[in-house]
Design a protein around this ligand. Structure first.
Ligand code: PTT
Ligand code: SF4
Length: 613
């Protein structure tokens, strides 16, 4: 056990094949080198996996990792990283979910839970204050994530933390997510499928112990001051009103709203699915634990049932598939949550299927804006029925099977479907997708608003620097601490708050610079993970954005005619690599790994590829 404050110094290693759960301590070097969350997850997956493991086999590890700020009541820290080798991309996969489960996990004494093996029949794991129990979950198999959590709370009490999968995870849909608290989802790259492959329906966490901190009184005062500061920020009131939903109008104005499978950046019914339309049917706010920004907008959907909507969900299940009715979109969104499907990939595969059908390349007759048919298709995907079975594999595999040039409009990078920002007119946003740690996700560098403000269509070096800076801060520091990025990115809450919290919690002086260094280490380790998996099959071309953005210009809106330029983008990508200390293939150089104290990683990688000096 380490004698540091802020960290418990203990992981729970669970083997579902043998029904064994063992606490394992780790040393302070690990804590200080990787901080927590994504840093821990990357290190654990690097150490415990070998190249080529089938992501849906018992050998894969499913990691639930918290950070040194989790469970202490600090603003916006109710988040948990869920990570594994991704069945969708074959590379590193993770996601970030707001849940009481992370808080309870820390208060039960663990900084991470690592799951390997496969239970013979469905189980759930109950972790209560250092004691882990395997509970038969046959009666839960087949339930939606909402039903599962409700029943578990009836069994274990309302205050426990629960993460679970729905039928999509059970059926190994490659973009199944893990769900918590009726509307929080995490693990876009198929973490729900990994959980399903282990026959693990849910984990219930119940912890009552305080995590040891260095300066309790200082921390208490800082926490109160942080919440006060957030509430007095100028953008706070509007944020509470609309959360991420105002992004619909913003993207429409700036020609970035994914429309008809990313063919356009504007949607004629955008006002019907935007933030102001949402306000008319809003019935409340929900959110993650330890947050006074509660950005989950709860609306009443067409079935008069509550559904929590965020920008990505609405854009992908709205404009991207031609549905311009927010109550209907909210039904689809809730269905995705119940079944445990990632809304971004879902809207993406459906958009791809409609476009492919319109071009008469498949026998299914699909069209834009068809609410009822879409609902049926979503169920077919979750239960792997009919055509849904192919779409359940993700858009990359579906396009490869359909062929006939359909790869050109399969909107993914490295197998992960692109998030809800059209990039015809945004080279840096496309670069951010291309080089994200998990595939085409916006979470690390949402550079689009910066492009809109300063230089929309250029390929200048400044853009590359911006992407790298954002990736280090958001994808490295915030994902490892772990804190929600919205207070900083949407309200302007200063990052210095987090170093103060960290100091009070751990007693260690870890300046932001040190956190950025640790972030670089983690991001390079994740890169190494991808390279170790792909070996000689790793190609720079894998990181090129979808060809549609290079070949088929926007036909409407303020950016009409816009296209990405392939030659310029390639130069941008190579320059990005050079700035990261990677070679022309995008592989970290030996010198870079050495600088980050990762010589062992270099040694291992050399078994798979030749490293440049
Ligand atoms: C995230 C991705 C996003 S990002 C959204 S909406 W977004 C989608 N949400 C889904 C959902 O809901 N249901 C569903 N079935 N699938 C969904 N897939 C999509 O998943 C989320 C918020 C949001 S709302 C965002 S941006 C921020 N993301 C953060 C992040 O990544 N890191 C961090 N440190 N802080 C963040 N804060 C914000 O959290 P993935 P949540 Mg999510 C219903 O997991 O895999 O990273 O994909 O966690 O608790 O729902 O909060 O406009
Ligand atoms: Fe969760 Fe939203 Fe609060 Fe972030 S701002 S912690 S996503 S409720």
């Amino acid at each position: 056990m380490i004698s540091l404050f802020g960290w418990n110094g203990s992981f729970l290693q669970v083997d579902l094949t043998r029904n064994k759960a063992v606490a394992e301590s780790y040393d302070s070097l690990l804590a200080l080198s990787y901080i927590g969350g994504r840093g821990f997850a990357a290190k654990i997956l690097w150490d415990q996996l070998t190249s080529g493991v089938d992501a849906l086999s018992p050998e894969n590890r499913l990691v639930f990792a918290a950070g040194p700020l989790t469970g202490l009541g600090i603003p916006n820290t109710g988040k948990l990283v869920i990570a594994a080798k991704s069945p969708l991309t074959g590379g590193y996969g993770d996601g970030n979910i707001g849940t009481y489960a992370g808080i309870h996990m820390r208060q039960a004494g663990y900084d991470a839970v690592i799951i390997k093996g496969k239970a013979e029949t469905p189980v759930l794991l109950y972790v209560k204050n250092k004691v882990a129990e395997f509970v038969d979950a046959k009666d839960f198999w087949g339930l939606t994530s909402f039903e599962t959590e409700a029943q578990l709370k009836a069994m274990y009490g309302r205050n426990v933390g629960v993460v679970s999968i729905g039928p999509a995870g059970e059926n190994l849909v490659k973009f199944a997510v893990v769900i918590s608290q009726e509307g929080r989802a995490g693990g876009r790259a198929g973490m729900g499928a990994v959980m399903g492959s282990k026959n693990l329906k849910a984990i219930v966490f119940e912890g009552f112990n305080d995590v040891p901190v260095a300066y309790q009184q200082d921390l208490k005062e800082l926490i109160a001051a942080g919440y006060r500061e957030i509430m007095t920020m100028p953008k706070y009131a509007f944020w509470k009103q609309q959360g991420t939903m105002s992004t619909v109008e913003w993207c429409q104005e700036n020609s970035a709203l994914p429309t008809f499978n990313f063919s356009e950046g504007v949607f004629e019914k955008a006002d019907k699915i935007g933030g102001f339309a949402m306000e008319k049917i809003k019935v409340g706010n929900r959110g993650c634990p330890n947050c006074n920004m509660t950005c989950g907008n709860v609306v009443k959907n067409s079935n008069r049932i509550e559904s929590e909507v965020d920008y990505e969900n609405v854009a992908m299940l709205g404009s991207n598939i031609g549905i311009g009715n927010l109550r209907q979109v909210a039904v689809l969104n809730r269905l995705a949550d119940e079944l445990g499907l990632d809304t971004i990939s879902l809207g993406n595969v459906i958009g791809f299927a409609i476009e492919t059908s319109q071009k008469n390349l498949i026998t299914e007759k699909l069209d834009w804006g068809k609410y009822k048919e879409t609902k049926d298709l979503i169920n077919d995907i979750a239960y792997r029925r009919g055509f849904g079975k192919l779409l359940a594999e993700g858009v990359k595999t579906a396009a490869a099977k359909i062929g006939q040039g359909s790869q050109e409009w399969s909107m993914h990078i490295k197998g992960l479907e692109v998030s809800a920002y059209d990039c015809h007119a945004s080279p840096a946003m496309a670069l951010s997708y291309a080089t994200s740690s998990v595939g085409a996700h916006h979470k690390e560098a949402w550079v689009l608003s910066w492009e809109v403000k300063f230089d929309r269509r250029g390929y200048a070096d400044e853009k590359i620097n911006k992407v790298i800076e954002m990736q280090r801060i958001r994808g490295g520091v915030l994902e490892s601490l772990i804190v929600c990025r919205f207070p900083n990115t949407s309200l302007g809450f200063k990052l210095e708050w987090y170093t103060k919290y960290l100091q009070a919690a751990t007693g260690k002086d870890l300046p932001f610079k040190a956190l950025m260094y640790a972030a670089d280490r983690t991001l390079n380790l994740i890169r190494a993970f991808w390279i170790r998996e792909y070996g000689s099959n790793w190609k720079r071309e894998m990181e090129l954005p979808p060809m549609k953005w290079f070949k088929r210009p926007l036909t409407k809106g303020p950016m009409k005619g816009a296209l990405l330029d392939l030659a310029e983008f390639e130069v941008m990508l190579k320059t990005y690599y050079a700035k990261r200390g990677w070679d022309e293939r995008g592989i970290p150089r030996k010198s870079t790994l050495k600088k980050l104290s990762l010589p062992e990683v270099a040694k291992q990688l050399e078994k798979y590829v030749t490293l440049s000096d």
